[in-house]
Design a protein around this ligand. Structure first.
Ligand code: UGA
Length: 425
């Protein structure tokens, strides 16, 4: 098929490269000329395992020219960001602008299919996108063009794996013809394909992320109780997760969830519920509890060493999770701010995310490795479970002034390191 992918963030680029690998003709469209240039040079603008190889192997092209992309495609995927407004509600500006641009160009085309992959609150396809497309094109959805909502379930750091090994594919179709086209495109993947309404598809994405965020928050709550009881939440959750009605996934307690998806999506679902006259109490509390959870590691640290004024704190791990350089809504950023407010000096190390953190904090010391960050430190906080931290040994911590080691994620191997404790263990 001839496909245009609008927006070259991690969802757009992964979708583009994986579909190009299947033999489709793919054109990426982005407003960022630098990004377009990089993609055409087969350089990946983001860090995502295997993405660079996939780009190198593919014949996909990138352009800033939407006219060209639409002239040379029968289907386009909208993969633009849907960030948060101040009040947590979803900001649909990019989606609306792209819908206008596509609508204007639909006027001169035969039947064309628009697939929305951006995460949009329930009702957006029917109430916002389709009316814009119809208004701008003077054409009728379902007759002259088709619209599908096709949520993505890709984890950063595993996005290519997840694209190629989906648990399920959801096609929210406004009209059967466009749903058939998308079902045909995805027929190579070995998983259930659910064809449903656009609203069901839209909500299924939010409900999935919100449930996973709730599982984590629940594990953190039990973890905070474990800390009081002097037991390890991982021992408890291992038992809980063995019940196959629960599953052991997303029960890893710690400093809570971050990233560009869970915090934003839970907040957007709460705001959308409010708009519809429903108060999403559980999800509101998930947001509050998750914010508080980050600060528990600072409280624990103060309980151990008293005032943080002038103390050197080594931070190991800055990205919101391992295998990414992404620091969007990373717990590390809030924790560093709080430590600085309390007068602490920070030395930080992360295998991938330091360049991004430098854009926020240029006054902290960035170390070349974990051992350098630990030198003369009064305490160490581990905030991301990078694999390389699993190999740290007792003597790597010997250069610390005080041996206070607190994990915010379960990562150190107790066989290699003694005298450390976790936030919930
Ligand atoms: C998440 C979802 O897992 C994807 O299915 C979804 O497509 C994506 O959001 C999205 O909406 O685009 P992602 O944000 O990449 O993916 O990361 P996750 O691996 O889900 O982790 C999110 C956060 O939860 C991280 O901060 C992680 O450390 C934390 N987490 C995860 C825990 O604290 N405990 C766990 O047990 C699991």
């Amino acid at each position: 098929m001839k496909l245009a992918i609008i927006g070259s963030g991690y969802v757009g680029l992964v979708t583009a490269t994986c579909l190009a690998k299947q033999g489709h003709d793919v054109i990426c469209v982005d407003i960022d000329e630098k990004r377009v240039e990089m993609i055409n040079k087969k350089e990946s603008p983001i860090f995502e395992p295997r993405l660079k190889e996939y780009l190198e192997e593919s014949n996909l092209k990138a352009t800033v020219d939407l006219d060209y992309a639409m002239e040379n495609s029968d289907v386009c995927f909208v993969c633009v960001p849907t960030p948060s407004n101040e009040d947590g509600s979803v900001n649909l500006d990019y989606v609306k602008n792209v819908s206008i641009a596509i609508g204007e160009r639909l006027a001169n085309k035969g039947y064309y299919t628009i697939v929305v992959k951006s995460t949009i609150v329930p009702g957006t396809s029917d109430e916002t996108i389709i009316p814009i497309l119809e208004r701008e094109s003077g054409k009728k959805a379902g007759e002259d063009f088709g619209v599908c909502m096709n949520p993505e379930f890709l984890r950063e750091g595993h996005a290519i794996h997840d694209f190629e090994n989906p648990n399920r594919i959801v096609i929210g179709e406004h009209d059967k013809r466009s749903g058939d086209i998308l079902a045909e495109l995805y027929s190579v993947y070995n998983c259930p394909i659910i064809r449903t309404s656009t609203k069901t598809a839209e909500l299924s994405k939010y409900a999935s992320n919100a449930l996973l965020a709730t599982k984590i928050t629940f594990a953190n709550e039990i973890g905070n109780l474990c800390k009081k009881l002097g037991i390890d939440v991982y021992d408890v959750m291992k038992i809980v997760g063995m019940d196959n009605r629960v599953s052991e996934k997303f029960l890893n307690a710690g400093i809570g969830f971050g990233g560009s998806c869970f915090p934003k999506d839970v907040a957007a679902l709460v705001a959308r519920s409010k708009e519809l006259g429903h108060e999403a109490k559980v999800l509101s509390q998930v947001i509050n509890s998750n914010k508080e959870q980050r600060m528990k590691i600072v409280e624990l640290l103060e309980n151990k060493i008293g005032s943080l004024e002038g103390k050197k704190i080594a931070i190991l791990g800055l990205s919101f999770k391992p295998d990414t350089d992404d620091i969007r809504d990373a717990p590390s950023v809030d924790i560093i701010k709080k430590l600085q407010e309390k007068g602490a000096k920070i030395s930080a190390y992360d295998p991938k995310a330091m360049d991004n953190v430098k854009k926020i904090f240029n006054e902290i010391d960035y170390a070349q490795n974990a051992q350098n960050a630990l030198e003369e430190a009064d305490a160490c906080l581990i905030l991301t479970e990078w694999n390389e931290f699993k190999d740290l040994k007792d003597n790597d911590f010997n250069s610390m002034k005080n041996r206070i080691i607190i994990e915010g994620r379960k990562v150190l191997n107790p066989e290699n390191v003694k005298d450390f404790e976790g936030i919930c263990w």
